[in-house]
Design a protein around this ligand. Structure first.
Ligand code: 5GP
Ligand code: MG
Length: 180
């Protein structure tokens, strides 16, 4: 793995492909155990989680469904700040076991604002699975049920995660060079 430069920034190798794949397989095995006899519905949040969701789902041996949603946040007209809307959430969540798949939890704001839209629909259970978590960046604490990697508070790139739209196709995860 060598350095990658995008626009004005240089990124250095951080998590190799083999380690990412190993952790995702472990996570899938755990979910297969925990949900034995159940038919969970995975909800993957686009764009960042598409690779994580695809690789994880290949190792799920349950009778499971997956759907994809996109979250759009924008400045609301009220002082409550950003509003998160879901685009494409057409599945019926009533009485379903839901597992939300997210690429990374940083401040926790996105999920903090979005999760009530899921709990409102009366699922039987709701768990969160993430590829990456930055515990030091937490502003809105989220209960994370499954996590592949806890990482320092540094900007990362690759394996679905972008810098200004680019870099999602990298098989490995990189971090911003020189950041502490
Ligand atoms: P939060 O709402 O938890 O602060 O942030 C969640 C979203 O911010 C993630 O889904 C992701 O899109 C973006 N994000 C947070 N940290 C990083 C990072 O280190 N790299 C990239 N590429 N995106 C990030
Ligand atoms: Mg995301």
């Amino acid at each position: 793995m060598s350095e990658v430069t995008l626009f004005d920034k240089t990124f250095e190798p951080y998590l190799p492909e083999s380690l990412i794949q190993e952790k995702i397989k472990e996570l899938a095995l755990q979910i297969n155990k925990d949900y034995a006899g159940k038919k969970p519905l995975f909800i993957a949040i686009l764009n960042g989680s598409f690779m994580f969701a695809a690789d994880l789902f290949k190792s799920i041996s349950l009778e499971a469904e997956i759907c994809f949603i996109k979250l759009a946040s924008y400045k609301g007209s009220k002082s409550t700040g950003n509003v998160v809307t879901s685009i494409g959430l057409d599945a019926d969540l009533n009485q379903r076991h839901i597992i939300v798949l997210e690429d990374i939890i940083d401040t926790g704001k996105t999920l903090h604002e979005f999760l009530p839209q899921l709990t409102n629909q009366n699922p039987s259970s709701l768990k969160i699975a993430v590829l990456l978590h930055k515990p030091d960046a937490t502003v809105y604490p989220i209960k994370i049920d499954y996590c592949c990697f806890s990482i320092p508070n540094r900007f990362v790139l690759g394996y679905g995660l972008d810098y200004d739209g680019y870099g999602r196709n990298l098989k490995e995860i990189y971090q911003l060079k020189g950041s502490e």
